[in-house]
Design a protein around this ligand. Structure first.
Ligand SMILES: *Cc1c(COP(=O)(O)O)cnc(C)c1O
Length: 401
C-alpha cells in the first residue's frame, strides 16, 4: 500500500457562512427582542414579510408565505387545496421522508408513482394512476434536483384535472426549459434548511398565484387575525371568506430566520453557477469511470448541482458497500439509497409503513438499490472536486473492474 494515496480532508456537511448583512440584521433583531413576525410597529413591514415579497418577485409569482419548514409548507399546501382525511395524493417514490410525512399529516393516503432510470417520475405510471386512482392532487418531488419533463407532467395533470404541487427543496434556482421550478403547479414549496440552497437552519417558502390558496395557507400557518401585516397577500375580503373556517397550525417563520435569508436570496443565482461549476468537475471524472453511470440530463433541465447522484449498475450489494467504505476511509462521504433500513438522510419508500398499503415498485427497487448520492457544499472549491474525482477514480479501478 503506497503512502501517497490521496485523501480528502474537508467536511461534507460544512456550508458557507451567513452573509455579513444577514448576521448584522439578525443581531439588530435580537437586540430589539422583536423576533416574532407579527411583533412589528404599526406600518412597519417585518423581515418575514419582506422576504416573502422578495421571494415572490424572484419567482415571478403573486404570493409567497414563509413557513417553519418545507415539510410544513407542503402540509399547508395540501390543506389549502382541500386535501383531507381519506383523500389520495400521488407522489413519486424517490423522495425524502418529510414529503410522505406531510401527506400523512394532511389525513390523506399516498399513492406512490414509480420512477425511471434517470431518477425522475415514470410518466406512464403517472398517467395510469392519474386516470385510475381518483387522486386529489399530484405532489411531485424534484428529489435531489432531478427534474422530470415538466411539459408532460403538466399535460397529464391537466388532462385528468389533477392539481399539481411541487416539492422544490432541491430546485430553488433551477429551471425546466427556461421556466423556474416551482411555477409549473398550483403551488411550489421550498426549503431553507441548512443543506438546501439558502440556509436559515430550518424554514420553508410557499409560492402560488391563487388568492384563495394563499389566504388559507396564511390563516393555517398561524396568522391569528393579524394577516393584514402580510405584504404578499390578496385583499382582506378574501380572508373574510375563510377566517372562521381555517384552523391555526402554527407553522410560521420568524423574523430572525428571514433576516438570515434575505441577503442569501440576493446571492442565489451566483451560488447556482458556483454549484454547477463544481458539479461539472465531478461529473466529468465520474463519466470516465467504467461501471459508474451519471444520469443523462435533458438539455432543458436547468438543474442546480448542489449534490451529485450516480448509479453502480453492475455490482452487487456487498461490492457497493466496499466501494462506499473505501471512499469513506479516504474522506469521501458517499451515501447510498439501497439500505434496507433507513440510514442518515436517505429514505426508501419501504420505511413509510404508517401508510396501510405500500405497493412493491420493482423499477424503483432496482434503481434505488444502485443509487449513490454525494453532497457538494460550496465550501469545496473546484480543485477539491477534482481531488474527490481522482479518489473515486482510484477506488473504482480497484473495486469496480
Ligand atoms: C429537505 C427536503 C424536504 C423537506 O425540507 P424541510 O425544510 O427539512 O422540511 C422535502 N423534500 C426534499 C426532496 C428534501 O430534500
Amino acid at each position: 500500500m503506497s503512502s501517497d494515496r490521496k485523501t480528502f480532508h474537508k467536511d461534507f456537511t460544512r456550508q458557507e457562512s451567513i452573509p455579513e448583512a444577514g448576521i448584522k440584521r439578525a443581531l439588530e433583531i435580537m437586540q430589539s427582542g422583536k423576533l416574532h413576525r407579527y411583533n412589528v410597529d404599526r406600518d412597519e413591514i417585518g423581515e418575514a414579510a419582506l422576504l416573502e415579497n422578495e421571494f415572490a418577485e424572484y419567482m415571478g409569482k403573486k404570493y409567497c408565505l414563509a413557513c417553519a419548514s418545507c415539510g410544513s409548507s407542503m402540509y399547508l399546501a395540501l390543506k389549502s387545496i382541500g386535501v383531507k382525511h381519506g383523500s389520495k395524493v400521488l407522489c413519486n417514490s424517490f423522495t425524502l421522508a418529510p414529503v410522505p410525512g406531510a401527506i400523512e399529516n394532511s389525513g390523506a393516503t399516498i399513492e406512490l408513482v414509480d420512477i425511471v432510470d434517470n431518477y425522475t417520475v415514470d410518466l406512464d405510471d403517472l398517467e395510469r394512476k392519474a386516470r385510475d386512482s381518483s387522486a386529489a392532487c399530484f405532489l411531485i418531488s424534484h428529489m435531489r434536483g432531478h427534474i422530470a419533463n415538466m411539459d408532460l407532467v403538466v399535460e397529464i395533470c391537466d388532462t385528468y384535472g389533477l392539481p399539481l404541487i411541487e416539492d422544490c427543496a432541491h430546485t430553488m434556482g433551477a429551471t425546466w426549459d427556461g421556466r423556474k421550478s416551482g411555477t409549473f403547479g398550483k403551488i411550489g414549496c421550498f426549503s431553507t434548511q441548512t443543506y438546501k440552497h439558502i440556509n436559515s437552519g430550518e424554514g420553508g417558502l410557499l409560492v402560488t398565484d391563487d388568492e384563495d390558496v394563499i389566504a388559507k395557507a396564511i390563516l393555517h400557518s398561524g396568522s391569528y387575525m393579524l394577516y393584514e401585516k402580510h405584504a404578499s397577500r390578496p385583499p382582506l375580503s378574501v380572508f373574510d371568506r375563510f377566517k372562521l373556517f381555517t384552523p391555526n397550525y402554527s407553522c410560521r417563520m420568524d423574523n430572525l430566520r428571514a433576516a438570515l435569508l434575505r441577503p442569501q436570496l440576493a446571492e442565489l443565482e451566483r451560488r447556482c453557477h458556483r454549484w454547477n461549476a463544481r458539479y461539472r468537475v465531478i461529473e466529468e471524472c465520474l463519466n470516465r469511470i467504467p461501471g459508474i453511470v451519471c444520469p443523462a440530463r435533458d438539455s432543458r433541465e436547468g438543474f442546480v448541482g448542489s449534490s451529485i447522484q450516480f448509479s453502480l449498475p453492475d455490482i452487487d450489494e456487498a461490492k457497493i458497500k466496499s466501494f462506499l467504505q473505501a471512499n469513506e476511509e479516504r474522506g469521501v462521504h458517499i451515501k447510498w439509497f439501497g439500505h434496507i433500513e433507513p440510514v442518515g438522510f436517505t429514505s426508501a419508500y419501504q420505511s413509510w409503513q404508517y401508510f396501510k398499503s405500500l405497493p412493491d415498485l420493482p423499477q424503483s427497487n432496482r434503481v434505488l438499490s444502485k443509487l449513490c448520492d454525494m453532497r457538494i457544499p460550496l465550501t469545496f472549491d473546484p480543485e477539491d472536486c477534482m481531488l474527490i474525482g481522482d479518489i473515486i477514480t482510484e477506488i473504482a479501478e480497484e473495486i469496480l473492474s
